[in-house]
Design a protein around this ligand. Sequence first.
Ligand SMILES: O=P(O)(O)OC[C@H]1O[C@H](O)[C@H](O)[C@@H](O)[C@@H]1O
Length: 574
Amino acid sequence: METSPSNISDMTLQLGAYQAAIDAKLQDFKARNFTAGFWQKQADLWVQDAEAQQSLRSFMGWLRVAETMLPRVGEIEEFAREVKAAGFQHVVVMGMGGSTMTPIVFRQAFQQGPDALPLSVLDTTNPGTVREIEESVPLAQTLFVVASKSGTTAEPLAFGDYFYARLKEIKGDKAGENFVAITDPGSKFVTQATEEGYRRIFLNFAEVGGRFSALSYFGLVPAALYGIDIKTLLERAIDMMRATGSEGDVEQNPGLELGVALGVLAQQGRDKLTLVVPDTISDFGLWLEQLVAESTGKEGKGIMPLAGDPLNGPEVYGQDRVFVYVGFENQPDEQNRQKVAALQAAGHPVVTILMRDALDLGAEFFRWEVATAIATAVLEINPFDQPNVQAAKTATDQLMKVVVEKGSLPEESTPVLQENGLAYYTNVSGGNAVEVLRAFFGQSKPGNFLCIQAYLQESEALNQELQEVRSLVQQHMHIATASGYGPRFLHSTGQYHKGGPDNGLFLQITTDHAQDLPLPGRPYTFGTFQNAQAAGDLKALQDYNRRTLRVHLGSAGEAQGVSTLLTALREALA
Ligand SMILES: O=P(O)(O)OC[C@H]1O[C@H](O)[C@H](O)[C@@H](O)[C@@H]1O
């Protein structure tokens, strides 16, 4: 079914056997005047509890944020020109989750603009990555954008403090010139940024939540510095707003149709939203993962978005999938499209969205925000909270207290096995690595997924090795696979891992940080912080009775350790 007005990208829904159930739900929503209620922030469309309704209403500022931002384009572009004129040569955006996902997508999907600055994003406590960024930029001519809605998230504050100390060594009291904050009005971070003489503080909107903030200052300031035409981006988003009913009801609402389809499919067991995209926009998957997993994965329900799950023939997939292809009208991407067509022919529901060019991402951010919010209305949950993210944070905070008091993380539990320099921690057993891995995967059931959680330094080589693990598991176990770097995923899919249904097998990979980095003014290093985050999340997963296996690569080194693990996995799954 085609559902698109001519000024927005084309969307086709091929829902096969599920069409009737989805149509029935759409009729029901239309009969209840859902679109009008949605734009009026009628919270009882989602939940019945008065307190939850109140909180839900207070996070719906994203609905019209594109309109609010359009008159501010001049101000943002003026700032970008000012920064260029002041001699800056590079921008590093630092933050977690919703505060950095959009710049990650932009950096990949667009070329740097002619008069603009190169853009890097720091969203990990991994000391190797922090050092890599530090070494790749001209520090004195780099603008550091610290992005944190709450202004209290531990990572961005640590990144800010680290680079501020570095700049102080170079520029003394003028260090603040190299810093910009994006945060909510009244956050504690506003005070700190003011005291430290930040060049600029952009105050965002309290009623716009992190993962719904793409079209606010959080997405637009980095975009303008990188030279993206943010006016067109917003205008396209506004076209999508209109198509979804912002100015009165519409015949066909692409956000409603997508959201209802995803919600009903999830209820019928098709709860793995498997995203297929051309390589040029693969990071759109990271953005979508956060939006969908954090909004829907709670109260034992949810939709698990999968970015980068290897695309194959129908024989390797279970009945738990909906495939979503997002690509470009004028880019053939034949291989992916043919495979998706074969999956549709085999009876899997398929959604296809074809953008005209990368500026349509403005509209797609909005379409997906609407669709995600509507899918949660089908599931009857509040899309705007993330109650289970806190569990990992609390456990990490407790561990960090021990670090501050005693100088190191507490003693670890005993591994079930140590072999070839790797230590295995899990509640299944085996006499060697192959047996432990077999026992771990032996717990898998149809409809489950493997989630790799790598607290390692991201690199192309490691990405490829993790992809091989996913392929092996997909081929031999026929389950879905997800992969994320820690701590990035903690602020994203981490919500679903603990709050969603108990259908994940979690393979956590940690390491000793041979080349660690101290955090100025704190009695611990980046490496200890990252290891505490891993340990805190493992505890939280175990508290929710999730099936976990931690493999600690120890002193073998990351590359050697991952390769040893892969060898064992190949044998275990053969
Ligand atoms: O922007 P901040 O307040 O620093 O929050 C950054 C991120 O961290 C939290 O853990 C939330 O789960 C995310 O939804 C949020 O985007």
